[in-house]
Ligand binder design. Sequence first.
Ligand code: SF4
Ligand code: SF4
Length: 178
Amino acid sequence: MYFCQQTKSHMQDFINELPKLAKDAEKENLKFFAKLKKRTPKNLDYIMQELHEEEFEKTDCLDCGNCCKTTSPIFTNADIARISKHFKMKEYQFISQFLFFDEDNHHVLQTAPCHFLGADNECMIYDIRPKACREYPHTNRKKFHKISEITMNNISICPATYNIMEKLKSVLEEKAKR
Ligand code: SF4
Ligand code: SF4
């Protein structure tokens, strides 16, 4: 099932529904990823690139911002150096003001929504945002089948990821019938 998020209010309805939709699809998605890992289509990178581009042609992240509101990116040392320099802060000051170490020893944000999320879902540090923000939701990542855990988590947060997964399942199902 795909969802239309062509207006802001449709998008909000979709975001509200997303945890339940993700839960309902969880078993099927886990099974799907297990199969994808066993028999990975040779052109998976190409398929993912197409699905990703197609989805983000109709999804405007400025209508959503749910990732920035609910989860934290990992801040690498390079991210910390770049962003603290931008604010003319010492790195340790930036860390103590905004970040903490999570259970995996990654620097993540102290608060959600992200401190740098501005009005209308604009990122206030867009040009220098963390690498993880630039790459989110990783649906155009090469070897997509290897990031099943991240994707399973993102399905309940990111409307675009949910739609891309639904589309991927139906595309591969169609291919298998041929
Ligand atoms: S740094 Fe910008 S893109 Fe990253 S979570 Fe914060 S607001 Fe979102
Ligand atoms: S990446 Fe996903 S969760 Fe983040 S703003 Fe765009 S659609 Fe929303």
